[in-house]
Design a protein around this ligand. Structure first.
Ligand code: TXA
Ligand code: MG
Length: 328
């Protein structure tokens, strides 16, 4: 078997080592507060190409560029007041903004688009690496294209370990779901392109105007404005089937290869029954979701029946990922 990558604890020395790998054009698995990212120099065409290759990602699916702070982004984008307002409120944090780019961002990073998706992450380990570098980091989620996103360093090692030199260990990701993406190319017409931890209501309240829902599945015919948002995504090997929110799986699991996953602990805890939180707390469900799916997938279950969340707050993002995991 080919050698697998090293998992580095985030000591000062190991942060220096990973920063040097990035300067040398390598890609490194790194924790963010949402999911683990596969990071590389966002200003280098070669590094960006390596990210696509390692992930097996089509070149039409643009990357998110991560900056140390909003100031660091200004040289590479066309700033507007909506970006400034949302940055002041939500950065560092799980919000990605799509804006028009400057020539310094290579075309390969944005899949040839004149816009770029940018974010200032909150995770102290990611921030410590950015502070050591004089370039921003492009980072998609660190999973093979189409698979469930990683929320532990081990997930990255298990799936991409033979293709990268290093993963930095930042523990379990707080949110456990990818950032919200909002299109702010026209600051007067903001639109959500992917649901995430920052809700449509919170964005709309902060901006003081309506924010359209242009996410996949919203029914909006401009929804493909976020290229790479595919209906089938986040898929484990096991077949995923959905259980309506608040309902109980009707049949008994027919065999030990079928697992049932509820949002909260059920009254009867039969074999092969799992739950994402004790009390149905949506943040806890989001935090645990990808980890449990990957664990049960590794254990060899071939069918996962998973309960949907209430369609409010972060529940919208949870259900978006579940529907895509279940899509054929
Ligand atoms: O939480 C996150 O956002 C994580 C962490 C690592 O930061 N990253 C992440 O990246 O989820 P990724 O590559 O899995 O998803 C990025 C998505 C693309 O698939 C695309 O839909 C959208 O961001 N995107 C990127 N650039 C865009 C652009 N210029 N216009 C519209 N959508 C864009
Ligand atoms: Mg992804």
């Amino acid at each position: 078997m080919p050698a697998t990558c090293t998992i580095y604890q985030p000591t000062e020395g190991n942060l220096d080592t990973c920063a040097q790998l990035l300067r040398d054009g390598e890609v490194v698995g790194m924790p963010t507060e949402t999911v683990y990212g596969l990071a590389g120099n966002a200003l280098s065409e070669d590094s960006a190409r390596k990210i696509f290759r390692v992930k097996g990602r089509p070149l039409i699916d643009p990357l998110i560029v991560h900056f140390a702070d909003a100031d660091a982004a200004t040289a590479h984008i066309q700033m507007n007041t909506a970006v400034e307002t949302l940055a002041a409120k939500f950065w560092p944090g799980p919000l990605t903004m799509v804006v028009n780019k400057q020539a310094s961002i290579p075309d390969i990073v944005t899949a040839g688009l004149p816009s770029v998706a940018i974010r200032v992450p909150q995770h102290p380990v990611f921030r410590a690496v950015l502070q050591r570098l004089d370039f921003p980091l492009a980072a998609p989620s660190a999973n093979p294209f189409g698979y469930v996103s990683p929320t532990l360093a081990e997930h990255v090692q298990n799936t991409l370990g033979t293709r990268i030199p290093a993963v930095l260990d930042g523990g379990a990701c707080t949110f456990g779901l990818e950032s919200t993406i909002v299109d702010l190319r026209d600051p007067k017409q903001p639109a959500i392109l992917r649901h995430g931890p920052i809700t449509q209501e919170a964005l709309s309240e902060t901006l003081g105007c309506a924010v359209a829902d242009r996410t996949l599945g919203s029914g909006d015919d401009k929804a493909q404005a976020a290229p790479g948002q595919l209906m089938q995504h986040y898929s484990p090997r096991a077949k995923v089937q959905l259980i309506a929110h608040g309902e109980t799986f009707s049949a008994r699991p027919s065999s030990s290869s079928v697992a049932i996953i509820y949002n909260s602990q059920p009254d009867n805890t039969a074999a092969h029954t799992y739950w994402l939180s004790e009390d149905g707390n949506a943040d806890t469900i989001a935090h645990n979701l990808f980890e449990l799916i990957q664990r049960l997938d590794q254990q060899g279950y071939t069918e996962l029946h998973i309960e949907l969340s209430a369609e409010t707050g972060i529940g919208k993002a949870i259900n978006d990922r579940l529907r895509r995991a279940a899509a054929k």
